[in-house]
Write a protein of this length. Structure first.
Length: 231
C-alpha cells in the first residue's frame, strides 16, 4: 500500500511542506478511520506536525469556533452547528449484525419488524443511540434493548456470542469477535441512514497552507467530497 501511494504521488514525497495543525477527532473516527491517513501524511510530509485531540462532538464544535482547533475529522452526519462548514468524504452504510447461523440469515428480506423480535445491543458512543432512535422512531416498531454500552468490542462480542443483534456501520464492522466468533451482516429492507464521515472547520476562516494540505489529502483519496454549511 505504501509503495502504491508513493507511485501515485511521486512528487509529494520530496515536497518541503512545513507547518502545524491541531486536529480534533471523535472516538469512532480516531479508532476506525483516521490512523491510516495520519500515517500517509506523516510519510509524505515529514515536516508537517499534526496534533490530535480526541473529543466529543460538543467539545469539537466549541473548540473549532473558538480557534483552539484548526480542523476536525468527525461524523459529519452529527454536525448541525451553523457556524461550521463540513465536507463529507464517505457514507458508511449501516447494516444488521447477527451471529453466524442466525435464523434471520435465511430470510429473503429483513426489516425492523423482524429485528424487533430479538434482543438488541445498543451502542451509545458518538451519539449512536440517538441515530438508532431516530430511524426506529420513523417506524411502528421498537428495538428490544438488552444492553446499552459505549464499547464497540462489547457489542461485537455480545452479538457474536448470540446474545443479541445490532445495526451499525460498515466502518466499525469486523467479521470476528475477540473470541474468534463470526459476525455476519444483512442489508436492511428499510432505508437506514449512513454514517457520514468528513472534515469540519469554522465557517469563513481562511485556511492556512497546512489546513489546505490536510483537506487536499482527503480530496485526493475520496475524489468528490460534498461541502455544506449546516443550517
Amino acid at each position: 500500500m505504501a509503495s502504491v501511494e508513493e507511485a501515485l504521488h511521486p512528487a509529494d514525497t520530496a515536497e518541503e511542506v512545513a507547518g502545524s495543525l491541531t486536529i480534533g477527532a471523535s472516538y469512532t473516527v480516531l479508532g476506525y478511520f483516521l490512523p491510516q491517513h495520519l500515517e500517509r501524511l506523516e510519510r509524505r510530509y515529514p515536516n508537517l506536525r499534526i496534533h490530535i485531540h480526541e473529543l466529543t462532538r460538543e467539545m469539537i464544535e466549541d473548540n473549532l469556533i473558538t480557534g483552539r482547533l484548526d480542523m476536525a475529522v468527525v461524523l459529519t452526519s452529527n454536525i448541525s452547528n451553523p457556524e461550521l462548514t463540513t465536507e463529507t468524504l464517505i457514507g458508511s452504510q449501516r447494516r444488521l449484525w447477527v451471529p453466524a447461523g442466525h435464523r434471520l440469515l435465511d430470510l429473503d428480506s429483513v426489516g425492523l419488524q423482524d429485528v424487533a423480535e430479538y434482543p438488541y445491543i445498543m451502542l451509545t458512543v458518538d451519539e449512536a443511540a440517538h441515530w438508532t432512535t431516530r430511524y426506529w422512531s420513523a417506524s411502528p416498531f421498537r428495538p428490544n434493548v438488552r444492553l446499552r454500552t459505549s464499547s464497540i468490542e462489547a457489542v461485537r462480542s455480545t452479538v457474536a456470542n448470540g446474545q443479541g443483534v445490532t445495526i451499525l456501520s460498515d466502518m466499525v464492522y469486523r467479521p470476528w469477535s475477540l473470541e474468534g466468533r463470526r459476525i455476519e451482516t444483512i442489508i436492511m429492507r428499510e432505508r437506514v441512514p449512513a454514517m457520514d464521515v468528513g472534515l469540519a472547520w469554522r465557517q469563513g476562516v481562511e485556511l492556512t497552507p497546512a489546513m489546505r494540505l490536510f483537506r487536499t489529502h482527503f480530496s485526493e483519496v475520496y475524489q468528490t467530497p460534498q461541502s455544506r454549511m449546516p443550517r
